[in-house]
Ligand binder design. Structure first.
Ligand code: HSE
Length: 431
């Protein structure tokens, strides 16, 4: 029986989930996998706050550095989060010869070059299944199941909080603020929901996915990121009338010798498979050159789903043997040259535009003249309300056009006297 001594950093929500599963399934892991996972040390600053589990006092410490330096520990599981102390702890663990399992997407997105290179140099496993898509085994799929493929695109819903908010807005006509309050009440959104609603959490996950899907370094700061705070229930209702659903998508596509990579609210045709991914669920759609489209769907957050991914990594490490990777090609590829990310100004897309216009003659003619001048072709128009002389929403959908032309046209249109308030621009992604 293989025995793996684990040092756990952080007994928060996911740490607690891990503790519970390891305790409940000890026998199963032993008999089905031939592995005995021993939680030898746990570092937690505020153990008294944990109302669910009470590990033996003798394995608890407040000094996380003593865990990563402990010679009896084989694998360090980092579930503290953040990019400062966690970064030091992971580096220290690797330098001390430990394998590392982490759920820390922000750290891997922002400091992946340093952390992955160190793991490779030290010949230690650095496993991070839990960092993207919670319990969905999408990293393992890239490493193994899709090994025969060149990945050409990734379209993903990888933030459960924002998907829950948009689903509530769509189903119940709620405003963003109402739906956010509901998400906080349900325990999906943090008290400070900035990372989720700004799209940054999804961008962190996309940086990791793109690195391992396309094989190369990805500069996190080059990933364009728009959140959902400006999406109104009107936008959702108008999109519905055109046959679209609004989702926060993380998109990465091969483009020439580089790629497009962005997080954005997106109009998806209702027939698109991601349009029916609702509530707090996540889904990752990847296109491989051999396999075609593959969809991974499941719980992208929560203590037990995320701990499920952590344990999958622990099982891999146990099976691979304590000596560590001789040559990890998956990692080596992702440490290769930097994949340039195209500027958002040079992408092409279709667009949903909502203008707030004064309802008077020739307003539409004025707008379409400017769009025409910039080479932008309209595919659909809608004005539902009639209120002569008052402000009403006017919705246009465009054919595919360059973002820089679209932005120049909207800037010019926003200067017209008939336009009141901010124009809404949302990209459309086709099936
Ligand atoms: N807050 C994230 C979400 C989970 O809502 O999906 C952790 O990344």
């Amino acid at each position: 029986m293989k025995k793996i001594n684990i040092g756990l950093l952080g007994l928060g929500q996911i740490g607690t989930g891990l503790y519970e599963i390891l305790a409940a399934k000890k026998g199963l892991f032993a008999c089905q996998l031939g592995v005995s996972f021993e939680l030898k040390r746990i570092a937690e600053k505020y153990p008294e706050r944990n109302k669910k589990v009470r590990p033996p006092k003798k394995i608890m410490t407040k000094d996380a550095f003593s865990v990563v330096r402990d010679p009896s520990i084989d694998v360090v599981v980092e579930l503290i989060g953040g990019t400062t102390v966690a970064r030091q702890l992971i580096k220290e663990a690797l330098k001390n010869g430990k394998h590392v399992v982490t759920a820390n997407k922000a750290l891997l997105a922002e400091h992946g070059d340093e952390i992955f290179a160190l793991a490779h140099r030290m010949k230690r496993w650095l496993c991070f299944e839990a960092s993207v898509g919670g319990g969905i085994p999408c990293i393992k799929a890239l490493r193994e199941g899709l090994a025969a493929n060149r990945i050409d695109s990734v379209h993903a819903i990888i933030n459960g909080t924002t998907n829950y908010i948009l689903t509530q807005m769509t189903a119940k006509g709620m405003s963003f603020a109402e739906a956010l309050a509901g998400a906080q009440k349900q325990g999906y959104a943090e008290a400070n929901p900035f990372l989720d609603v700004s799209g940054h959490d999804a961008a962190h996950k996309l940086a990791i996915l793109a690195r391992f899907a396309f094989g190369g370094k990805v500069k996190f700061k080059d990933i364009y990121c728009e959140g959902i705070t400006e999406i109104s229930s009107d936008d959702i209702a108008f999109a519905k009338e055109f046959g679209y659903t609004i989702k926060l998508l993380a998109i990465a596509k091969k483009s020439g010798s580089g790629m497009e990579a962005r997080v954005q609210p997106t109009l998806l045709p209702n027939s698109h498979i991601l349009a029916s991914v609702n509530g707090s669920f996540n889904a990752i759609l990847m296109r491989g050159d051999e396999v075609g489209d593959v969809l991974f769907y499941g719980r992208g957050a929560g203590p037990h789903p995320t701990a499920s991914a952590v344990i999958a990594d622990l099982v891999d490490i146990a099976k691979a043997g304590a000596e560590g990777p001789a040559e990890d090609r998956f990692m080596v590829r992702a440490l290769g040259k930097t994949i340039p990310v195209k500027s958002i100004f040079s992408i092409q897309s279709r667009y949903y535009l909502r203008f707030n216009v004064i309802d008077r003659p020739s307003v539409l003619a004025g707008i379409s003249k400017i769009l025409g001048k910039h080479g932008i072709s309209i595919s659909d128009v809608m004005q539902r309300e009639r209120s002569v002389g008052r402000v009403v929403p006017l919705i246009l959908l465009t054919h595919a056009t360059h973002e820089k032309d679209l932005r120049a046209a909207v800037r010019e249109i926003d200067g017209l006297s008939c336009i009141k308030g901010k124009t809404q621009v949302i990209r459309i992604e086709e099936a």
